[in-house]
Ligand binder design. Structure first.
Ligand SMILES: Nc1ncnc2c1ncn2[C@@H]1O[C@H](COP(=O)(O)OP(=O)(O)O)[C@@H](O)[C@H]1O
Ligand SMILES: [Mg+2]
Length: 214
């Protein structure tokens, strides 16, 4: 990507994306030959954070699904412009928790808008920026939702987490389809393994794919 390396981490809720990136990042940092930036959508970018609050607010029951998809794309655009693209232009490695594949899975399949329409609005939003490499953490919906449930401890449930099991199953199947369609970009990891094993496999996959960066 331009000069840098753009890595994303994807997967259903509870797959372990945040846990994995938090362990992976310091390890990659030690051996990176370039600067490395860890980020996540909406990335602490003011405008994107505000958009995200609107999307996730459980009181916004009347939100139309295409409105939701457009808001995600808008938040993504702003984070891309303010955080991801400047880092890539400076030759850095960017590792980002969620990107366009999340919208393809959640809005395209979960909300049943269809992946082609979601792809179109995200191409507009990103001007075709694609990750060089994507780790897909695969977990069945039961396991993922149980992990989220156990981890919640008092935190309010957001608008997407309250969706049905079938919604989350559609999300997972969409991810599996994407991984099958793009086996070179998307590296699938069995995220039912222990966190240590998932991190280990992810670390190896990234560093072996990009020896010029690590
Ligand atoms: N491989 C794993 N095995 C068991 N529990 C895990 C694993 N990875 C993550 N968890 C736990 O599952 C919960 C959700 O993990 P998180 O990293 O927040 O997932 P995500 O960001 O994909 O939604 C956390 O409580 C985390 O400690
Ligand atoms: Mg997370």
């Amino acid at each position: 990507m331009v000069n840098g390396l753009f890595i994303t981490i994807e997967g259903p809720d509870g797959a372990g994306k945040t846990s994995v990136i938090n362990e992976l990042y310091p390890r990659l940092q030690l051996i990176a030959k370039r600067g490395i930036v860890k980020t996540r959508e909406p990335g602490g970018v003011k405008i994107s954070e505000k958009i995200r609050q609107i999307i996730l607010d459980p009181q916004n029951e009347e939100m139309d699904e295409r409105t939701e998809a457009l808001l995600y794309a808008a938040a993504r655009r702003q984070h891309l412009v303010q955080v991801i693209l400047p880092a890539l232009s400076a030759g850095k490695i960017v590792i980002c928790d969620r990107f366009v594949d999340s919208s393809l899975a959640y809005q395209g399949a979960g909300r049943r808008i269809g992946m082609p329409d979601i792809r179109k609005i995200n191409e507009f939003a990103t001007e075709g920026t694609k990750p060089d490499f994507t780790l897909y953490l695969d977990v069945d919906s039961d396991t993922g939702l149980k992990r989220i449930e156990n981890a919640r401890s008092g935190r309010q449930v957001d608008r997407l987490e309250t969706e049905s099991l079938e919604f989350h199953q559609r999300v997972r199947h969409a991810y599996l389809k994407l991984a099958e369609e793009e086996p070179i970009r998307i590296h699938k990891v069995d995220a039912r393994m222990s966190l240590t094993d998932v991190v280990e496999e992810s670390f190896t996959a990234i560093t072996e794919s990009y020896p010029q960066f690590f």
